[in-house]
Design a binder for this molecule. Sequence first.
Ligand SMILES: Cc1cc2nc3c(=O)[nH]c(=O)nc-3n(C[C@H](O)[C@H](O)[C@H](O)COP(=O)(O)OP(=O)(O)OC[C@H]3O[C@@H](n4cnc5c(N)ncnc54)[C@H](O)[C@@H]3O)c2cc1C
Ligand code: FES
Length: 296
Amino acid sequence: MTDSSNQKFLIVRREDFSDVTFLLEISHPMMARAAKPGQFVIVMSHAEGERIPLTIADFDRERGTITLVIQAVGKTTLEMQRNCQVGTALYGLAGPMGIPSHLSDAKKVVCVGGGLGVAPVYPQARAWKESGAYVIGVLGFRNKDLLFWEDKFRAICDELIICTDDGSAGIRGFVTDGIKLALEKHPDIEEVVAIGPPVMMKACAEATRPSGVKTMVSLNPIMVDGTGMCGGCRVKVGETVKFACVDGPDFDGHQVDFDDLMIRLRRYKEEEQVAKERWSETCRMRGIGSEAVSVN
Ligand SMILES: Cc1cc2nc3c(=O)[nH]c(=O)nc-3n(C[C@H](O)[C@H](O)[C@H](O)COP(=O)(O)OP(=O)(O)OC[C@H]3O[C@@H](n4cnc5c(N)ncnc54)[C@H](O)[C@@H]3O)c2cc1C
Ligand code: FES
């Protein structure tokens, strides 16, 4: 399933969770049938747009749709936040890519999502619930205004621990505090899955290291082709070098070199900042408010 300019990837639903985070539901029956938890797509929002990887946060085989949850952080995602409205279409959508998450036969698991990571961990939590596991959800946000999908997680989790940095919802603390609570209460937890910013996933892996509970993380290095050709998404896992797009994106968190990942993610910071400023300036000069704009 690759991108094609004569196929419409129609946006059928949009929901804004906050000033920076929004959801797009896209019609693509074939993709919805093929998608599995842990996989991602490469999106081009318009013909001259950048290709960016986004996790399939949900799929509905009956409706024939996939759901993406996006955080507007730079030029392309800001452009999508402004332009991707219900009734418009994405220019290109390739996938599903990556190796689906391996669902072990663990009977009790913790699914941890931090910030935007809440969305990609959802399909895994649901799949585990469907397989009969006891699922403990741990969701972390900076504050209650950024909280989303609590209802979706309550529907599939046996227990749910919400953590906010400022204590405005759930417990005051980080997801690592939630993990510790879960591990204290349930010594028989067999697996933890943690998805979020690299610094959070690193902290989660450290929180479970003493107990040796298997901890899987989903890595988000910079990707270009998404097919194992460019080497851009190289990550260090134990003694080996892996390409996250074809060997992952899920890896054993106790083996991942997170410091290397974080250094590589910062590699194009200057260029990203320039692209964002140029785009903002173009919008300003054209006097564009909320209406669509497309800039190369
Ligand atoms: C497997 C995978 C799944 C992802 N899933 C999601 C998701 O579901 N929702 C979401 O909002 N974001 C997701 N991302 C991150 C998303 O791809 C980047 O935020 C996006 O590419 C940023 O582009 P930009 O032009 O808006 O920002 P830029 O200013 O170009 O970049 C901002 C930051 O995003 C990261 N980034 C930039 N380009 C890429 C790229 N080509 N590939 C990966 N990271 C990049 C870098 O850390 C960079 O510093 C995922 C990344 C990967 C690898
Ligand atoms: S994105 Fe090019 S090798 Fe993975």
